[in-house]
Design a protein around this ligand. Structure first.
Ligand code: NAD
Length: 411
């Protein structure tokens, strides 16, 4: 390497740093647990760093790209989702950005499923009964009951990586599945799940034959006993089918009063004031959230209303926080390793990058062909990625960047 590739990481990424350093990269890490002030990021970028490793706490926009004009070569985000990165600005400044797609799919999907179960069976309230010494007697239905999950109907909103992984968990609970995704219907996946449902039914494992199908959004909400949300945060100017406040007073009121909603996607997908009202007024039975409009959850959030506490589970953006995902025995944890790998992917030739990127690139090409229209500046146009020795030829395609893999930006 002629000149050392300089990287600034906005959070500690553990031993992944050593991997980068061993490869000859100069790596500086923001030493505190909280996010750095924007001024720190701007100063680092102005000082000429080549790569930024970011988390979803950092706002990466025109100000940052302008500060890094001529020097900043890549923004590698340690997370799935890139709503904190202004994609139009990244395109304008031609800075590729990446995220760690796939590495936390199973962790997030299983956590969403556990949230659903804990909510419906009222595990938090039941444990409090024990801990608070309120468990005075055994009774058939007092002081409360929960709802079973097995055999119920679940709506999966967004059938990308995590949505599909979530559906696989639902199969073991004989659940009927209503899928909704305006950009891409994975018919092959749905067919496979139906075949598995059918086999389980034929072999006598399930009495009623469960089913799975794509339906329009409103039908999914009306019919479901559970709704699990797995969409990216897309603001109104970013997509023809935005997800900002997708769950609002109107859409929440379509749900059954016995239904539950689980959100592990992004906070602003749910209008929290509307959700608090829906819970207070019993429009729906309960909600479990891992993500919030403002994080950490403010003290005065309507979601903290004690009147809804037994039906509203609040988790601290924790769905991907599994040991193997964040810090595995291999040293880095899948997510951190992937973040650092993707940061330097532009210069490395390792098989990992090559395979991962080719596979992902093929997927992106496939998906882009099916995508809905997006605002001009958010589209890819004729992409050629140069990653070290690896050149990924994008067809001359145009699509939004709503469906993106590890490498997202344009050239
Ligand atoms: P993905 O891109 O594979 O899937 C997202 C799906 O949502 C896509 O199929 C897309 O077509 C669909 N979609 C887009 N707009 C929609 C709309 N209006 N209505 C319904 N569906 C729509 O992404 P993924 O890997 O499955 O991750 C999904 C999201 O989960 C991420 O964007 C991120 O915000 C969130 N996430 C949260 C955590 C956590 O810790 N809580 C962890 C990982 C990811």
């Amino acid at each position: 390497m002629d000149k050392q590739f300089r990287v600034f990481a906005t959070c500690d990424i553990g031993e992944a740093i050593d991997v980068l350093r061993k490869r000859g990269y100069e790596v500086e890490v923001y030493p505190h647990p909280e996010a750095p002030p924007k001024a720190v990021i701007l100063n680092k970028v102005r000082s000429g760093v080549d790569g930024l490793i970011t988390t979803l706490r950092d706002q990466i926009d025109a100000e940052v790209f302008e500060a890094g004009k001529g020097s900043l070569k890549v923004v590698a985000q340690i997370a799935v989702g890139f709503d904190n990165i202004n994609r139009a600005d990244a395109n304008r400044y031609k800075v590729p950005f990446t995220h760690t797609a796939d590495v936390l799919t199973e962790a997030t999907a299983e956590f969403a499923f556990f949230m659903l179960g804990a909510l419906a069976r009222r595990m938090w309230t039941a444990e409090h009964l024990t801990r608070d010494n309120q468990w005075g007697f055994w009774h058939p239905y007092l002081p409360f009951l929960g709802d079973e999950v097995t055999g119920k109907t679940v709506a999966v909103i967004g059938t990308g990586r995590i949505g599909l992984a979530f559906i696989k968990k639902c199969v073991g609970f004989d659940m009927n599945v209503l899928c909704y995704d305006p950009a891409y219907q994975n018919d092959a996946f749905v067919k496979t799940i139906q075949e598995i449902h059918d086999l389980r039914h034929q072999r006598g494992l399930v009495k009623e034959r469960p089913w799975i199908r794509y339906v329009p959004f409103e039908e999914a909400l009306r019919e479901a006993d559970f709704v699990s949300v797995h969409v990216p945060l897309l603001r109104n100017e970013e997509s023809d089918t935005p997800t900002y406040h997708l769950f609002n007073e109107r859409t929440l009121s379509l749900m059954k009063p016995t239904a539950y909603v689980v959100n592990t996607s992004r906070g602003p997908v749910v209008d929290e004031a509307a959700l608090a009202r829906a819970l207070r007024e019993n429009w729906i039975a309960g909600a479990a959230l891992d993500v919030y409009e403002t994080e950490p959850l403010p003290e005065d959030s309507p979601l903290r209303d004690p009147a809804i506490a037994d039906r509203c589970r609040l988790l601290p953006h924790f769905a991907s926080a599994a040991r193997i995902t964040r810090l595995s025995e291999q040293g880095n944890g899948r997510t951190l390793r992937a973040g650092s790998d993707r940061c330097v992917g532009r210069q490395l030739r390792g098989r990992y990058h090559k395979n991962a990127l080719c596979r992902e690139q093929r997927r992106v090409c496939r998906l882009n062909r099916r995508l809905q229209k997006g605002p001009r500046e958010n589209r890819w146009t004729g992409v050629v990625f140069q990653i070290g020795n690896l050149r990924v030829w994008g067809r001359k395609f145009t699509g939004t960047m709503d469906r993106c893999g590890p490498l997202l930006g344009c050239i």
